[in-house]
Design a protein around this ligand. Structure first.
Ligand code: GDD
Ligand code: MG
Length: 326
């Protein structure tokens, strides 16, 4: 069985970090988010197909080096084709029931159970289901008592939201669904295909535990907190990192970082960050290899890779872009 992982898109909500790193490779607990997804795949999956375009070479390089326990085929999409077009673009590798999974989801879903659920239904497809308070940011659907999806709508206006049950981003589909997608065109699975599948047998699989879409800065922190909580740690310090100051709860320090006599709280430092003395870093993400000199305050901000912040600056509520981006 194959698992297609949707790994394209520009990750605009995660800018400025995604100017230099494709969203699937942004680290959650010092591991690319896509790797959390791959490690969750059940035994029947024997190959991962990455449907990618933006910064595809970085994805290729990562999977050439990393040992993820499964063969990963990175397939180029000549231009972003949307979630439906992306799956159509890898059709040649799909000849039986397959998974499609968003690369930015951190969750406790049991994909083996999901597959068993799917097999027990007369279905052409299934969507994982989660309950939220803000359904307008997602795709929503209504289920009947037998978990059959009665209607599906992507990103409803708040007043249109007929349900709090959202598409949690894991699909099981039959190859015949691909016949509904025109080749080479930009097609949204959620807008254009799911509403059409409702009459053919589309089911929703509910699960317990946790679920976070890490594609927004706020949820990037939420995913970090959720996973730290899950492993029972207050914070995480990466290998070969040296910390003299104070690292408070819900903070992740990447590998090869140096932190002087400074205080870091509810923040995420990517690998290779240097923070000197007297700094306060709060509720912020600091990109790869950034250097922060003495007595700098960074609050509620996102700092790009390789940024250099001189002594004494105050950065509050800002997104600092990389030098090469206007
Ligand atoms: N290959 C490819 N090509 N992948 C893409 C493209 C594309 O053109 N556009 C987006 N993707 C990938 C993203 O990398 C992500 O893994 C996934 O498709 C979904 O795109 P997002 O941009 O993250 O969508 P979203 O978060 O706004 O909404 C989607 O996910 C929600 C759950 O988190 C929808 O599927 C919603 O219905 C769903 O509720
Ligand atoms: Mg998303």
């Amino acid at each position: 069985m194959k698992a297609v992982i949707l790994s394209g898109g520009f990750g605009t909500r995660m800018r400025p970090l995604t100017y230099t790193t494709p969203k699937p490779l942004l680290p959650i607990l010092n591991k690319p988010m896509i790797r959390h997804v791959i490690e969750q795949l059940p035994d029947p999956v024997d190959e991962v197909i990455l449907a990618a375009n933006y910064k595809i070479d970085m994805l290729r390089d990562y999977f050439e080096e990393a040992e993820v326990g499964l063969p990963v085929r990175v397939v180029d999409e000549p231009k972003p084709l949307g979630t439906g077009g992306a799956v159509k673009n890898v059709e040649e590798y799909l000849d039986e029931t397959f998974f499609v999974i968003n690369s930015d989801i951190i969750s406790s879903i049991d994909l083996d159970e999901y597959l068993e659920f799917y097999k027990s239904k007369e279905a052409v497809g299934a969507i994982s289901a989660w309950e939220v308070d803000n359904p307008e940011e997602f795709g929503i659907f209504e289920l009947n008592g037998k978990n059959k999806i009665l209607r599906f709508q992507e990103k409803p206006e708040p007043w249109e939201a007929f349900s709090n049950t959202i598409n949690a981003g894991h699909y099981i589909l039959e190859p015949e669904v691909l016949d509904m997608i025109p080749p080479g065109e930009k097609v949204s699975m959620e807008d254009e295909i799911f509403p059409l599948l409702v009459d053919d047998g589309l089911y929703g699989f509910e699960f317990q535990g946790y679920w976070v879409d890490c594609g927004r800065p706020s949820s990037f922190f939420e995913a970090t907190e959720t996973l730290l909580d899950y492993i029972g740690e207050e914070n995480l310090i990466g290998d070969r990192s040296f910390v003299e100051g104070e690292v408070k709860e819900n903070t992740v320090v990447g590998v090869d970082c140096t932190v002087g006599k400074s205080t870091i709280s509810r923040s995420i430092l990517f690998d290779g960050v240097e923070i000197d003395n007297g700094c306060t870093i709060e509720n912020s993400i600091i990109g790869y290899d950034a250097i922060i000199e003495d007595d700098v305050t960074v609050k509620d901000s996102i700092i790009s890779d390789n940024t250099y912040l001189e002594d004494g600056q105050e950065i509050v509520g800002k997104k600092i872009k990389p030098d090469e981006v206007d």
